[in-house]
Design a protein around this ligand. Structure first.
Ligand SMILES: Nc1ncnc2c1ncn2[C@@H]1O[C@H](COP(=O)(O)OP(=O)(O)O)[C@@H](O)[C@H]1O
Ligand SMILES: [Mg+2]
Length: 315
């Protein structure tokens, strides 16, 4: 029955019962209502109101459930659907909502994929320009400085050496930035070496990164490798920036079913209910693109663990 029909018939039944009781029941009302009559009529009215509330609650319960899902649904955790029980227009509404969720999820995945691709392409371009343009210019400056330093008098030579040192440092810095923007090692040497380089890069005086890359890893596609790399990079960045950790364990291994599992675990202060930022959202978005899942949790033992599961069959 439609929602309208259901509410109307519930109310009609109650009104009919009340009228029948008044007409044929023992209840009487004088033109000047007496106190005892008033009590009975008011009591009857209260009983009708209570019955009304209960029946409306039950009748509208599916709508309340729908509202709850609508306000809490998260497209980055796809798969939330409401069970549409029975027939009528509430079930139709729930069905339409589920279809809309499906469409939103697939559109979201497509547009996220496009945005991430554009981002990677732009990073690629900037990294190339940094490396090829500024990198080459600085290298030329460095060579010129070396040549001039040889001809310069002693007191100037010291200063020139200083300038050479500064230039070399910025050249290194530019190379580092370019590498971070575009994980060239990923393309050249593969995922295992790229992760090793990442671990080395994040190892500093205060933070040690232990890495463990399994042997005989199933081969992943280029997209999946990039996702694993970016998730590891963001997790290490978070561990270095937010956790106050001393050790980080970076682990990549097969899951036994043709897929791989990346785990980055630090011994820092834990998430403490921190809201998700662009970094964690980006991880989920990337993972969705290749059908992988990310979980971020702070286990009771302390610290934070990020786990990425890439299912098998990713080419
Ligand atoms: N390894 C971690 N240890 C402690 N807190 C973390 C860790 N990773 C993330 N967080 C918390 O979660 C928040 C969201 O992280 P993220 O989405 O990467 O955004 P951002 O790094 O830009 O702040 C951080 O601001 C931080 O408070
Ligand atoms: Mg972050």
């Amino acid at each position: 029955m439609s929602l309208f029909g259901r509410i109307f018939s519930l109310n009609a039944v109650m009104l009919v019962v009340a009228v029948l009781l008044l007409l044929f029941g023992p209840v009487t009302i004088s033109s000047q209502a007496r106190a005892s009559e008033a009590v009975i009529v008011v009591g009857g009215m209260i009983a009708m109101l209570i019955a009304n509330v209960v029946l409306l609650r039950v009748g509208l319960a599916p709508l309340a459930r729908l509202t709850r899902v609508m306000t809490t649904v998260d497209l980055l955790r796809p798969g939330t659907r409401l069970a549409a029980r029975g027939r009528g227009d509430v079930a139709a509404l729930i069905g339409a909502f589920n279809t809309m969720l499906e469409r939103l999820e697939s559109e979201r995945a497509t547009s996220a994929g496009r945005a991430l691709q554009a981002q990677e392409a732009e990073r690629h371009r900037i990294a190339q320009e940094l490396h090829d343009e500024i990198g080459q210019t600085l290298t030329a400056v460095l060579l010129d400085l070396k040549r001039v330093a040889k001809l310069a008098p002693d007191d100037v030579r010291d200063q020139l050496t200083q300038v050479q040192e500064t230039t070399r440092n910025s050249l290194d810095e530019i190379r580092r930035i370019a590498r971070r923007l575009r994980p060239g090692v990923l393309e050249e040497l593969g995922l295992a070496s790229a992760l090793r380089a990442l671990a080395t890069e994040f190892t500093t005086a205060g933070l040690s990164v232990r890495k463990q890359v399994g042997k005989d890893l199933p081969a992943l596609g280029k997209d999946a490798e990039l996702v694993v790399y970016r998730v590891a990079q963001e997790s290490l960045t978070n561990a270095a920036r937010h956790a106050g950790a001393r050790h980080v364990d970076l682990r990549l291994g097969g899951d036994g079913g043709g897929g791989v599992e990346l785990s980055v675990r630090d011994d820092g202060k834990g998430l403490r209910g921190a809201a998700e930022g662009a970094g964690l959202r980006g991880m989920r978005e990337r993972a969705l693109l290749i059908g992988a899942t990310v979980t971020v949790a702070s286990p009771p033992g302390g610290g934070t663990a990020v786990t990425l599961r890439v299912p098998g069959g990713q080419t």
